[in-house]
Design a protein around this ligand. Structure first.
Ligand SMILES: *Cc1c(COP(=O)(O)O)cnc(C)c1O
Length: 358
């Protein structure tokens, strides 16, 4: 039976990425060796790094005064690298979910954190609006897509201080204006590559403004100066990321992706809103994520949650269980998710309704 992979992360990758990576694991660039067993300083891998960085720049239209880094430690490592490198006294953070809260907790080790707004009291079911951001903060940090709660901030901020954004779960899903940001970072395992690498897009001139000693490996400058090759980078995940970037380009880039992502999410949200058995925990339509679609059973059908899970699983749906902090269901609809899989899930919901709603 065909499996439909709705996992939130690590998550679905293009078949192209999986096949090309498998090829490279067996025979890398005609070397007769695996990509896993050659020097990262050899000309074949240097070419992989160069092309991956160049495609990042091309697909996201990254200006020349920014660097593109591939680092270990995941997005979570960035929660400390950002304040380590940027915070002198004070930073502003928007709290829209578990990942924002983790970033805030880490930043508090380095100075004063102003939480400009939070939706925590309503279990992060909306994006706060109408708050101020202190102009004397060293930077402003937010999470663009809240993977766990299914909310997303697609608007971009025009600030005089550096804007730092965790885009782990919506990078390459839509066009962005990189010139509005100081740092964009994320783990690759949601929309780009297997786990093991984080990407960092950083404006070079925001660095060098803090007095503290920064350990060599946690200093962005180290990695910028070394072209992201200071130490051994996560070679195989970067190789896989390059395959996804090629696939993205072939598909028409981020503008084409956005169009498809809007269509895919609409099919699912329309069914959730129509079907009397389900509802979306995010009431404001403009706050709903196009990458992680959360839904729960309505009060009347609450006790059928386990049944729907079993039914959907029997039809090939995989990874639709909601995060343990929210419950219910979550269908992640990343770039690689085909429309047919969305339709298969919708068909399950329609069929389940026919079985239970008189
Ligand atoms: C998954 C996720 C993270 C954590 O990423 P790791 O690479 O596991 O550290 C952080 N932020 C967001 C928005 C995520 O979705």
């Amino acid at each position: 039976m065909k499996k439909h992979n709705f996992s939130a992360g690590p998550s679905i990758l293009p078949q192209y990425t999986i096949e090309k990576t498998a090829e490279g694991i067996k025979d890398f660039a005609g070397t007769g060796l695996s990509v896993m067993e050659v020097s990262h300083r050899g000309k074949e891998f240097v070419a992989v790094m160069d092309e991956a960085q160049a495609l990042f720049r091309e697909l996201l239209n990254i200006p020349d005064d920014y660097s593109v880094l591939f680092l270990g430690g995941g997005a979570s490592m960035q929660f400390c690298m950002v304040p380590f490198n940027l915070m002198n006294k004070k930073a502003a953070y928007l709290n829209t979910g578990t990942w924002s809260a983790k970033a805030i907790k880490e930043a508090k080790n380095f100075g004063e954190v102003v939480e400009v707004a939070s939706s925590k009291d309503s279990i992060y079911n909306h994006i706060p609006k109408g708050y101020g951001i202190p102009e004397d903060a060293d930077y402003f940090h937010y999470t663009s897509n809240n993977t766990i709660y299914g909310t997303q901030i697609r608007e971009e901020f025009d600030l005089d201080i550096p804007v730092v954004c965790d885009m782990s779960s919506d990078i390459f899903s839509r066009p962005i204006d990189v010139s509005k940001y100081g740092i964009i970072y994320g783990g690759a395992q949601k929309n780009l590559a297997p786990a093991g690498v984080a990407f960092v897009i950083i404006k070079n001139d925001i660095l060098g403004k803090v007095d503290r000693m920064i350990p060599t490996m946690l200093n962005y400058q180290t990695h910028i100066d070394a072209g992201s090759m200071f130490n051994t980078p996560p070679v195989t995940p970067i190789y896989a990321a390059l395959q996804t970037l090629k696939w993205l380009k072939e598909k028409g880039g981020v503008a084409a992706m956005e169009k498809i992502n809007i269509e895919k999410a609409a099919v699912l949200y329309d069914e959730i809103d129509r079907n009397p058995m389900f509802k979306c925990p995010v009431p404001a339509v403009e706050d709903r994520s196009l990458m992680n679609v959360c839904f729960v059973m309505t009060d009347e059908y609450k006790d059928l949650e386990k049944d729907f899970m079993e039914f959907a699983t029997s039809k090939g749906m995989s990874g639709i269980k909601g995060h343990r902090s929210v419950g219910g269901f979550r269908a992640s609809t990343y770039n690689a998710m085909p429309k047919e899989s969305i339709q298969a899930l919708v068909d399950c919901m329609v069929e389940f309704e026919k079985m239970h709603v008189k």
